[in-house]
Design a protein around this ligand. Structure first.
Ligand code: FES
Ligand code: FES
Length: 156
């Protein structure tokens, strides 16, 4: 039997009926048209489906849609403020931290969470924060450079 859930998605209130087994990733992509979280493995291994649930990163392929009820969901699309990229997003652009870009939304959300917790992360902390996000193009160095550079810009 379907259940009505409501949640805040990137500052927009969403109300919809979901089946008990519906996965948050599928609801976001296929019912709400939010394309940044992607299905890379569908079993919690790769991080391409990363979103934030109440400010903490989760793998949306492993989260039931009903778990989002009355919660706050943030995707890459919700990071910009007043049409402006965040410093971190700008740093990814400036460092060419994308090859195919498939991993980028998850990487940026993981790094956003890191910088909120640790505004001055060292290399080990950056690597640890990214460790659950796989880049199939193995473009890790420019991603690390973007995060490290952003840290310097925030704290010259
Ligand atoms: S698709 Fe969710 S972790 Fe890979
Ligand atoms: S840039 Fe292609 S998967 Fe990371």
């Amino acid at each position: 039997m379907k259940q009505t859930i409501s949640f805040i998605l990137n500052d927009r209130k969403i109300t919809l009926d979901v089946a008990p087994q519906e996965i948050l990733l599928d609801v976001l992509r296929y019912r709400l048209g939010v394309k940044s979280p992607k299905c890379g493995c569908d079993r919690g291994d790769c991080g391409t489906c990363t979103v934030m649930l109440n400010g903490k990163t989760v793998r949306s392929c492993m989260v039931l849609a009903v778990e989002a009820d009355k919660q706050r969901v943030t995707t890459l699309e919700g990071l910009m403020k007043d049409g402006q990229l965040t410093l971190l997003q700008q740093a990814f652009l400036e460092n060419n931290s994308f090859q195919c870009g498939f991993c980028a939304p998850g990487m940026i959300l993981a790094a956003t969470e890191l910088l909120e917790k640790h505004p001055h992360p060292d290399l080990a902390q950056i690597k640890e924060a990214l460790s659950g996000n796989l880049c199939r193009c193995t473009g890790y160095q420019p991603i690390i450079d973007a995060i490290a550079g952003c840290t310097k810009k925030r704290n010259p």
